[in-house]
Unconditional design. Sequence first.
Length: 42
Amino acid sequence: MTDRGIISGYQGSKPREVLMSKERWEELKSNPEPEMEESTEE
């Protein structure tokens, strides 16, 4: 969820922050973006 910009990164004992608004979350749920496939080529 950090990579997707939903929550902040790890900050020791501090709680993570929510970075995405509820409105944006609802928008993404109704219109999901295609996931990027990770390349496993060497």
